[in-house]
Ligand binder design. Structure first.
Ligand code: DLL
Length: 433
């Protein structure tokens, strides 16, 4: 029998879980209405009072919260507790120009670390494991979240942070790390570097917990093969705490949402209509246990599908699919919707490495799409004709997937900058004009 960190909660019968969610939702709404004027105004505008919320069936009455609200209320406008009760902030990198600063009480941190501990246990982690955390530490939630979870499980924790690949590999082999936590793009780079150094057989890794950015099934296979491990997905966002909002179990088929802390909904991103489980749409979360920075019906912009089918692992919490890109990551190229993940799928299916960059530009009023991908070392010895042939094959495969033509450029191995955190896959020069 698999060891559960919080078995009673994770395997709670659904009826009981819904009752727990309802009780917690009622309390959370009372908390935000009484303590956060920003929410009070939003609820008053919609004519909803805390007394109208009796349980999860009333969730739809509440107003949505968006990134724009977070910007409006920056920095202190959404705090549910006085500063003296808060012990930490975390923040997003603000790469999309929208820095989010989230606040935590000690209780918030404790629950967040529980969520991360569940994720570690779900991949088989125990107090016998050596857990190497190479997510960034500091403002980014990745390092601190998994670090806290790893302590709770009792793993020997290596707080490596990101970067310094040579040192990462040295600790990994010397200290016999068994669990690796980092972004999938960094895992891929670590795998490549281990192979290059010829030390794969000195690794003791059994599992990886990879998230914070979109990655495909093809990339999972690639990392699993190269590192000889099982690669598991983990999802989360700063607004809701950080990693551990959901995580994969041994099934590797969707991420269980920690539903005792977060209620998930899927909506049509345009009409805001709530869609049934199984539909593809924008993921919306309501926190039900947060004190310092509660989020009510927060629109994540992540597009995915919720699945309530029972899981053979025994957990009763629903699963979310891998986000299929963010509604604001979607590129519109010559009127066609293109997700970077579609391009990654094509490249990996065609035997290319996961080192690529997508460049979008506008020339003479027409959008251009260029895909640069590093050629596998075997191709280096091929003739120019062979390389052109491979580029043509990739162009055809991309056209079949996307419905538009891209230019493909095979570039020398290692010529595309490696990422130690979230990879920058897309350069959209149209935004720079
Ligand atoms: O990326 C938290 C995190 C850290 C998750 C470590 C997992 C591991 P933010 O920087 O606020 O927080 O970015 C949140 O990243 O809305 C998604 O678009 C994306 N994202 C996070 N996890 C995944 C994943 C952290 N597993 C944003 N797959 C989210 C795809 C993900 N996208």
């Amino acid at each position: 029998m698999e060891r559960y960190y919080q078995k009673d909660i994770e395997t709670m019968p659904r009826e009981q879980l819904k009752k727990l969610q309802s009780e917690r939702l009622v309390k959370q709404i009372r908390h935000v209405y009484d303590n956060i004027p920003y929410y009070r105004e939003k609820m008053d505008e919609k004519n909803v009072k805390p007394s109208d919320i009796h349980g999860i069936e009333d969730l739809h009455k509440l107003p949505f919260l968006s990134k724009a609200d977070l910007r409006d209320a920056y920095p202190y406008g959404l705090m549910g507790k006085p500063l003296k009760d808060c012990v930490r902030i975390q923040s997003t990198s603000g790469t999309t120009g929208r820095r989010v600063v989230a606040f935590y009480t000690q209780h918030d941190i404790d629950l967040w670390e529980d969520c991360c501990a569940r994720a570690i246990v779900a991949v088989g982690g125990t107090d016998e494991d050596v857990c190497q955390v190479c997510y960034g530490y500091g403002l980014f939630t990745g390092g601190p979240g998994l670090n806290g979870g790893s302590h709770k499980v009792g793993c020997l924790t290596l707080p490596m942070s990101s970067g310094n690949t040579e040192r990462q590999l040295q600790f990994m082999t010397d200290l016999k790390s068994t669990i690796l936590c980092c972004t999938p793009s960094y895992a891929s780079y670590l795998a490549e570097s281990a192979i290059e150094a010829g030390i794969q057989d000195q690794l003791h890794l059994k599992a990886g917990i990879f998230g914070a950015e979109a990655w495909t099934e093809e990339m999972r296979q690639d990392i699993q093969n190269k590192l000889g491990i099982k690669a598991y997905d983990i999802y989360g966002l700063t607004e809701l705490s950080g990693p551990g909002v959901s995580f994969e179990c041994s099934e590797q088929r969707g991420m269980h949402i920690n539903e005792d802390h977060f209620i998930a909904e899927i909506i049509d991103p345009v009409t805001e209509e709530v869609l049934p489980y199984g539909s593809k749409g924008e993921l919306v979360f309501t926190s039900i246990t947060k004190e310092a920075f509660p989020m009510i019906r927060y629109r994540t912009r992540d597009i995915c599908v919720l699945n309530e089918e029972p899981c053979s692992c025994g957990r009763t919490h629903i699963r979310m699919s891998k986000p299929m890109g963010r509604s604001d990551d979607m590129l519109i190229i010559r009127g066609v919707n293109v997700f970077p993940s579609q391009i990654e799928t094509v490249l990996l299916n065609q035997g290319m490495p996961a080192n690529y960059q997508i460049i979008v530009d506008r020339v003479h009023n027409s959008d251009t799409l260029d895909v640069e991908v590093e050629m596998p070392t075997e191709l280096m010895s091929d003739t120019v004709t062979d390389i052109n042939k491979k580029e043509k094959e990739l162009i055809a495969a991309l056209r079949a997937m996307l419905g538009i033509t891209a230019r493909v450029h095979l570039v020398a191995p290692k010529s595309i900058a490696r990422s130690e955190g979230k990879a920058v896959r897309v350069i959209d020069k149209r935004k720079l004009y």
